[in-house]
Design a binder for this molecule. Structure first.
Ligand code: SAH
Ligand code: SF4
Length: 391
C-alpha cells in the first residue's frame, strides 16, 4: 500500500495517471490530504465513488503513530512519534503572536556527532521517509485544528493567505480554521542534508500551493554544513538557510562540529555566498551555540565577525541546553549579552534564541535527549499492558 503522505505533486500525478485519471485529480487529492487533513480516502467526497474505491485499493493515508503529546506552560507542544524498532522522533510546535512554527525532524539519530548535541551522542539510526517528514506537519496541523487552534489572528503583513497568492479565494479548509502552522524549521533531530532526497520531496510538499502553500521564506533548513548538498538545495529547492557555525576558527570547529574536517569554514562560507544567489532571503542565519569558556570570549566574537564579514548574515546565539554527561556548561547570561554586543559593535545583527518548552524538554537540542529512555519505558509500559497473561 502506498502512503499518500510519501508523494509530492509529481508522485501524486503519476499515481492518479496510473489509475487513468487526469492531473487535476491529483490536485484534488492533495487538497484533501494537506489542506483538509483527511485521514482516509473515503472522505474525499468530490471524487467519484468508483475512483475512491480504486484509490483506496492502491493507497492510504498513514499518519504518524503518537507515543506522547505534551504541552508546556508557554504553549509549546511536543509530539513524540514512533518510527519503529524502539526509536522515536519529535516534532515541536512553537506558538508566537504572529506565527506558528513547527520544528521538524529529518532523521532518527544523527551520524555527525557534534560534541554538544544529544542527538549526535545517540548515534545514527535511520533516515526518515518523506511520509514521516511530511507526516509531522500533517499531524501537527490536524491535531491543533482538532483542538480549535488556528493560525494567529495578527499575522505580520508579509504573511500571505495560506495556500495561494493574494486575491485567490480562500481555500476550502476554512470551515475548520486556518492551519496554525505558518512556518517550518528543519531543526529537529538529524541532519536534513544527509537525507537529501526525502527532505527535498518533503520541502516541495510544504511549498506546493495545492498542499501547504508555505512561502520559501517561511521554511528554514538548518545544516551543520554539508557543502555539496547546500549547492544541490540551492539548485533544487532554495528555502531559507541556517548554518550551524558554532566556532570562529577551524581548530575549534573541528572539535565541536566534526564535519568541519571535511568541509572547513572557508569552503562552507563560499557555499553560503553561492546559496544566497538563489535564496528567498538575502542573508544566511549562522547558529552559534554558547558554550561556557569554549567559544564565548570577546576575542572569539571579534574573530567570528571578521570571519563572516563577506557573507550577508545574521547570527543567532543559542544558549546551550544541557544534557547529562555532555561535559559542557551553558555560557552565563552576561557573557552571552557581551558576545552579542561585541558582534553588534562590528555591525553584525545578532539575536539570542529564546528557550521554549523548557518544562517538557522541547528546548533546542533536548528534543530527543531523553527520548530513547522514555521510548523504551513507554514501550515497556505498553508491552506490560498488552502482554497476554502467562501461566
Ligand atoms: N543537524 C542540523 C539541524 C538540527 S540541530 C544542524 O546541526 O544544524 C538544530 C540546531 O540546534 C543546530 O544549530 C544545533 O547545533 C543546535 N543544537 C544541538 N544541540 C544543542 C544543544 N544541546 N543546545 C542548544 N543547541 C543545540
Ligand atoms: Fe547532527 Fe545537527 Fe546534532 Fe550535529 S547538531 S549531531 S548535525 S543533529
Amino acid at each position: 500500500m502506498i502512503n499518500l503522505l510519501e508523494l509530492d505533486a509529481v508522485g501524486l500525478e503519476a499515481l492518479l495517471a496510473g489509475l487513468g485519471e487526469k492531473p487535476f485529480r491529483a490536485r484534488q487529492v492533495s487538497h484533501w490530504i494537506h489542506q483538509r487533513f483527511a485521514g482516509d480516502v473515503a472522505a474525499m467526497t468530490d471524487l467519484s465513488k468508483a475512483l475512491r474505491e480504486r484509490l483506496a485499493g492502491a493507497a492510504e493515508i498513514r499518519g504518524p503513530v503518537v507515543i506522547s503529546d505534551a504541552t508546556a506552560e508557554d504553549g509549546t507542544r511536543k509530539w513524540l512519534l514512533d518510527v519503529g524498532a524502539g526509536n522515536a522522533i519529535e516534532a515541536v510546535f512553537i506558538p508566537e503572536d504572529d506565527r506558528g512554527t513547527l520544528c521538524i525532524s529529518s532523521q532518527a539519530g544523527c551520524a555527525l556527532d557534534c560534541a554538544f548535541c544529544s542527538t549526535g551522542k545517540q548515534g545514527f539510526n535511520r533516515n526518515l521517509t518523506t511520509a514521516e517528514i511530511v507526516g509531522q506537519l500533517w499531524h501537527a496541523n490536524r491535531a491543533l485544528l482538532a483542538d480549535g487552534v488556528s493560525a494567529p489572528r495578527r499575522p505580520k503583513r508579509e504573511l500571505r493567505p495560506l495556500g495561494g497568492c493574494a486575491g485567490r479565494p480562500t481555500a476550502p479548509w476554512i470551515e475548520q480554521g486556518r492551519p496554525p502552522i505558518t512556518n517550518v524549521v528543519m531543526m529537529g533531530m538529524g541532519e536534513p542534508l544527509a537525507n537529501y532526497e526525502s527532505v527535498r520531496a518533503a520541502l516541495s510538499v510544504f511549498l506546493d500551493d495545492n498542499a501547504y502553500g508555505l512561502s520559501r521564506r517561511r521554511v528554514t533548513l538548518s545544516t551543520s554544513g554539508i557543502v555539496p548538498a547546500i549547492d544541490r538545495l540551492r539548485d533544487d529547492c532554495p528555502v531559507a538557510l541556517a548554518v550551524s557555525l558554532h566556532a570562529p576558527d577551524d581548530a575549534l570547529r573541528d572539535r565541536l562540529v566534526p564535519i568541519n574536517r571535511k568541509y572547513p569554514i572557508a569552503t562552507l562560507l563560499d557555499a553560503c555566498v553561492r546559496y544566497l544567489e538563489r535564496a528567498p532571503r538575502n542573508f544566511v542565519t549562522f547558529e552559534y551555540v554558547m558554550l561556557d569558556g569554549v567559544n564565548d570570549s570577546p576575542d572569539q566574537a571579534r574573530a567570528l565577525a571578521a570571519r563572516v564579514r563577506d557573507v550577508p548574515c545574521k547570527v543567532n546565539l543559542i544558549p546551550w541546553n544541557p544534557f547529562p554527561g555532555a561535559g559542557f556548561r551553558t555560557s552565563p547570561r552576561a557573557r552571552i549579552l557581551a558576545f552579542q554586543q561585541t558582534l553588534a559593535d562590528t555591525g553584525l545583527v545578532a539575536t539570542i534564541r529564546k528557550t521554549r518548552g523548557d518544562n517538557i524538554d522541547a528546548a533546542c537540542g533536548q528534543l530527543v535527549g531523553r527520548v530513547r529512555d522514555r521510548t523504551k519505558r513507554t514501550l515497556r509500559i505498553h508491552a506490560a499492558r498488552t502482554a497476554p497473561a502467562t501461566h
